[in-house]
Design a protein around this ligand. Structure first.
Ligand SMILES: [Ca+2]
Ligand SMILES: [Ca+2]
Length: 227
């Protein structure tokens, strides 16, 4: 008959920590995201410095797999409280990857860029800061979208009616807001046919496509206009 073991003592406590995306090989897998929160507070320099600036990158990494083929806007605009910097690679730099694009200041000190992605392909996003700056922020990867203003006319194909001032294409999306700045809603009949990747029509807005014209959408339609 054995006795009770009443020994006490010290031992090791192991705390499991979720894998840190501090290096590219530990990148967080994502698809398109809106305002994905992150922090670089404890990030260290992965050793990869993109071409858009010098200085130590206290960086974190995301492995972004595209679910669509179109122009995507990658941006850190939002809650970021520090001077951000962001780059995109076709593979981890330590695994033979090369830089595709990078940006320091897209709006103010916050980073962003537009890149044409292919469905099913994984890209590596490096999020860091200018000269070692760190903080919190949020990452968005969404189809790049032009907003209709109607500032010049009703002509869909007039660059003066969009902001930024270019016409949507098979890879660029379009948004028709409820209240266009210029007061006009678009028509596609004045100078030929129209094309966009995604089209979003906000409540109360509309696009007029006469029977003799076409509006081609490569992606999808979100018609909130009710008609
Ligand atoms: Ca890092
Ligand atoms: Ca910056």
């Amino acid at each position: 008959m054995g006795g009770f073991n009443t020994n006490t003592g010290t031992g090791d406590l192991t705390i499991a920590v979720a894998s840190s995306p501090d290096f590219c090989v530990d990148a967080i897998p994502i698809n398109e995201v809106v305002d994905y929160p992150y922090s670089t507070a404890c990030a260290t320099d992965s050793g990869t410095t993109p071409s858009c600036g010098s200085g130590i990158m206290n960086d974190i990494w995301f492995a972004y797999t595209a679910t669509e083929t179109c122009d995507m806007l990658f941006d850190l605009l939002g809650i970021a409280n520090y001077d951000t910097r962001m780059a995109l690679y076709d593979d981890c730099p330590g695994g033979g990857g090369t830089e595709l694009i990078c940006n320091d200041d897209y709006v103010g000190l916050l980073s962003g860029f537009i890149f044409s992605v292919t469905q099913g392909v994984t890209y590596y996003v490096q999020v860091g800061g200018y000269s070692g700056a760190t903080g919190i922020g949020d990452l968005s990867i969404q189809p790049y979208t032009l907003t209709w203003t109607g500032n010049t006319s009703t002509d869909w194909n007039n660059t003066g009616n969009w902001t930024p001032a270019t016409v949507p294409s098979s890879s660029v999306s379009a948004l028709i807001p409820t209240t266009p700045a210029g007061g006009n809603f678009p028509e596609t009949n004045t100078s030929g046919n129209a094309i966009a990747y995604n089209l979003t029509i906000e409540p109360g807005a509309h696009v007029y496509v006469p029977p003799t014209a076409t509006l081609t959408l490569v992606g999808s339609l979100s018609n909130q206009g009710g008609g």
